[in-house]
Each structure stands twice: as structure tokens, then as C-alpha cells.
Design a binder for this molecule. Structure first.
Ligand code: AMP
Ligand code: ZN
Length: 118
């Protein structure tokens, strides 16, 4: 399911180019176009969900798989191992949560500091 006007649905469909980090049947990950940190990619479900506010019990397995991928992909993309390294996992939700793109996404950020933001 996709939404015609959604930029991240277009990225999943290959209609907008991205630097892909990971893809399977349900999940897509790609580098953020304006990275805040040496490593900064976005982890998203292919299913169009506008935000965490739309997540329900039927999405538990999908969200579980998505979150379980974060540490593996963080290491793959160059984050150093925990505890000296590690990464930040961030999900902005709604206007007051700082969300700009209305397709559920988790930011995964890491690498040596200082970072541009955060
Ligand atoms: P948020 O404020 O959590 O909604 O963040 C949206 C993120 O999407 C920002 O960090 C943007 O830099 C990023 N972004 C927007 N458009 C693209 C794109 N075409 N490719 C990669 N990242 C993007
Ligand atoms: Zn979408």
C-alpha cells in the first residue's frame, strides 16, 4: 500500500533515487539526504503508515522486525560497537514531535562526535 504523494513511498517504489542501505519484502532503509551525523540513515516500513500515531496491534511484528534490524544495520553502516560506539534511534511523531515527512521512519545516527545536530 502506498500513498501517491508520499516522498518515502516514492523512494520505496524507486521513483525517487536514494542511497539504499537495506531492503526486504516489508522494510527499506536509505541514507538521509541531510545527515546530522557521520552515519545517518532512515529505517522505514514499506507499508504507508503516516507516523507512530497510526501504529496498532496489527503492526507489532513489522515494528519488531524493523527495530531488531537497527543494531545490525548501524554496525554495517559504520557505527562502532556498543558501549564506546553505539547509535541514536529517533522517531519524530507529529508536528510537536518535529516530524516533517509523514511516512513512519526511524532515524539511525552514529559515528564519531561532534555531530552537526543532536
Ligand atoms: P523528520 O523530521 O523525522 O520527518 O525527518 C525527515 C528526514 O527525511 C529528514 O532528516 C530529511 O533530511 C530526510 N529526507 C527528506 N527527503 C529525503 C530524501 N529524498 N532522501 C533521503 N532523506 C530525505
Ligand atoms: Zn508513504
Amino acid at each position: 500500500m502506498s500513498e501517491a504523494s508520499c516522498i518515502f513511498c516514492k523512494i520505496v517504489a524507486g521513483k525517487i533515487p536514494s542511497r539504499k542501505v537495506y531492503e526486504d519484502e516489508d522494510i527499506f532503509a536509505f541514507h538521509d539526504i541531510h545527515p546530522w551525523a557521520p552515519v545517518h540513515f532512515l529505517l522505514i516500513p514499506k507499508l504507508h503508515l503516516a507516523s507512530m500515531a497510526q501504529v496498532g496491534a496489527e503492526h507489532q511484528a513489522l515494528l519488531g522486525r524493523l527495530l531488531a534490524l537497527a543494531p545490525r544495520l548501524a554496525l554495517q553502516e559504520g557505527c562502532r560497537p556498543y558501549p564506546q560506539g553505539g547509535f541514536r534511534l529517533l522517531c519524530n511523531t507529529g508536528a510537536e514531535g518535529g516530524q516533517e515527512v509523514q511516512h513512519l521512519h526511524f532515524h539511525v545516527m552514529g559515528g564519531p562526535r561532534p555531530w552537526l545536530k543532536g
